[in-house]
Each structure stands twice: as structure tokens, then as C-alpha cells.
Design a protein around this ligand. Sequence first.
Ligand SMILES: [Zn+2]
Length: 331
Amino acid sequence: MNTWSLKRLKRPLSVLATVYGSLLIFVPGPVFGEVGLRVVTDIAPVQSLVWRVMDGLGEPAVLVPPGTSPHHYALRPSDASVLQQADLVFFVGAGLTPWLEGRLPVLSPRADKVNLSSAPGVVIWPYRTLALSHEDESEDGHEHSHGNGHGHSHGDADDAVDPHMWLDPVNARKWLILIGEVLARADPANATRYRENAKKGADEISDLMDQLAHRVIDLKRDGFIVFHDAYQYWERRFGFSAQGAMLPADASTPSPKRLKALRTLVETGKVSCVLSEPQFDRSLIDSVFASQSIRIGMIDPEGVGLIPGPGLYPQLLSNIVERVSECLQRP
Ligand SMILES: [Zn+2]
């Protein structure tokens, strides 16, 4: 057994430690695989896609640890250290990690930096509003905190983009091919292997999409509320539409008006299920719907509790479909 596969076996232990994390004191910092290019990614789903392309040749590191919301993350000294050594950095950009992009030129001066939101052909959606309009929300004195307080400004165009674009598997497929090309150029000796892996990964995602589309065929597509408004890419691809979100897409604090609109929505009977997320505190859901009868499920856009690696991304997609289906079907 080579060092690469040994390392992979050790990985699930650290994941479990992090997931059952209320007891946890130490969250391990990001690490590179022991061979190959030094590649850094922002979140676990992106790490998974890059890992699929590097499979057998190396392991990419990830900055945001499992169970942490990328919207509110702060870089640690161990992150700065891997960024400093990186040959390549892949990140979603477009407002997902406002703490990262502006600092990359300094933190990762020699790395090739790939902003996946501007990859060719990627489907991009603007922020949406559910259950109430933006005007309603700002009337209420809600402060839109996106991008504030992170020590850098970023453009209006970025601010208008919903950054959860990895939840559209068609985007993931495009990214795989791009990642394959970028790695092939950075490490020409292994170019063929990167391109083959990318192609296989893209084909696997196509097959999975067919299976998942079949799985949801008989479901009512709109009777649910999500925790943070992260799922429009997934919803559009699979024909769902959430009725509301507890938090806006940048996961900023919800206004009382938003929460009242959600309670009203539940009263009308249009919604039977609310989906919490592992990286946020569920007590908000419990208090908002305390006097109402609604099923509570859980979905996860970031792969918390899944084993990091090439299989995380497909598993994350299947889990969302499975959990939404269960929540909508339960009697
Ligand atoms: Zn999010």
C-alpha cells in the first residue's frame, strides 16, 4: 500500500472528529497530498472535483473545514501557510468567500489562481428573493452584510451573483474539464491522466444526473423552505422551487419581517417541510415554527460528514435529492 492510500484511510477519522465537533477543540489545518502538484481549494465540493481530476496523482488541500459556513470563515495561520506554498488555487469566488479573493495576490503570490465562477460556459444566476421582496427586507432595517467587514471590497457584479453554483451538476461537469486542462498545463508529464480523469468524472456526473432525475419524477416540487438560500442552482436543474429561505443567500441575519413571512407561508398550507443545515444552528427553525406543525429535515450544500475525496461531490448531490424527497414524502 503506498503512502497515498494510507493517507486516505486516515482521513475519515479527522472528518468524524470535526463533525461531532461540539466536543472538538482542535480542527486540523489543510494539508497537501504527499506527491504531485500543491493545489489548494476553498470548499469541500470543489476539493472533491479537483481530487477527481488528480486521482492517483495527488490530493488537493481545502481551506474551509467541514461543518463551517464558507460565508463566515476567517483564514487561520495554517491556511496562509498552505496558500504560500501552493502551485494552484481553485475557488468559487463571486462572493462565496469574500475573505479570500482579495487577499490571494499577497497570500499566494506564485500560484496560478483559478476563479471558477468566471470559467467559460458556467451557468450563473443572480441572487433571488423568496417569500418577500428585497424592499420588504430593507424597510425592516435589515442590514445586508454581504462583503462587509472582510477587509476588502469587491465589485457590484460579484455582489449580484448567487455563489452556490457548484450545486448545478452541469457547472461541476464544466469545471472538471477546465480543471483537467489547468492541471495538464501545470504538470505536462501527467497531462493525459488529468484529462482522462476529468472526462471520466464528467461522465459519472452525467450518469448520476439521469439517476437523480428519475428519483424525483413523482415528487411535488415546491412544498419546502430551505435554511439559507443556497439551492437555486440545484432546484433549477432538477425542477424544484423552494417557497422560502430562513436566511438570505449570503447567510446574513434574517429580518423579523422575513421570519414572519415564512410563518405566514406555513399557515397557508403551501409548505410541509423545512430543511435545516448542519453548518447552522437549528434553534432558529425551532423558535420560528414553534407553534406550527411542519416537518423538519436536513440538507447540506457543503458535504459535512462525508469523506473528503473524489466521491464527496456525487454523494453530496445524491444526499440533497434523497433528503428533500424524504421530507416531501413523509406522511
Ligand atoms: Zn451558502
